[in-house]
Ligand binder design. Structure first.
Ligand code: FES
Ligand code: FES
Length: 161
């Protein structure tokens, strides 16, 4: 059985034939579309490494069936930079040494973008930590991550004025 779905991924419509209705968005992105920036950690919704924005909301792509999201808009880490220019969240992660091995970083950055767009964290480090608590970092770079999210949030709100 072959099933066809169309997704808009990083602004580009992509039609994909699924040969298995159980394929997740994570596996579709990594294995069919060569978008390997989205990482597979636990593959069971516990680490956040696979975070993407799905119709503007952050989700664990390892738990999302591709077939259930025909027509959706997806943003992955590959869609953030503007040409050679880093996205403000990427720049803030670099400025604050908010990573070590980097494995969790794409998921952290996508989750940060979702958090900032939700507008619920404000400038309170504790609320940022809580809002980012679904994204684990085995290297323990949490301090830099929190600082980076706070700085990116300030810059993005300044840029939006
Ligand atoms: Fe999806 Fe861990 S790989 S939450
Ligand atoms: Fe290594 Fe987070 S930087 S897991």
């Amino acid at each position: 059985m072959s099933l066809s779905i169309t997704l808009t991924i990083n602004g580009t419509p992509r039609t994909v034939e699924l040969d298995d209705p159980r394929v997740t968005l994570l596996d579709l992105l990594r294995e069919r579309l060569d978008l390997t920036g989205t990482k597979k950690g636990c593959d069971r919704g516990q680490c956040g490494a696979c975070t993407i924005l799905l119709d503007g909301r952050r989700v664990n792509s390892c738990l999302a069936l591709a077939l259930s999201h025909d027509g959706a808009e997806i943003l992955t880490i590959e869609g953030l930079a503007d040409g050679e220019a880093c996205h403000p969240i990427q720049a803030a992660f670099i400025a604050h040494d908010a990573f070590q091995c980097g494995f969790c970083t794409p998921g952290q950055i996508m989750s940060a973008l979702g958090l900032i767009q939700e507008g619920s964290a404000g400038d309170d480090p504790e609320r940022v930590r809580e809002g980012m608590s679904g994204n684990l970092c085995r290297c323990g770079a949490y301090r830099g991550i929190t600082e980076a999210v706070l700085e990116a949030q300030q810059r993005m709100s300044r840029d939006a004025r």
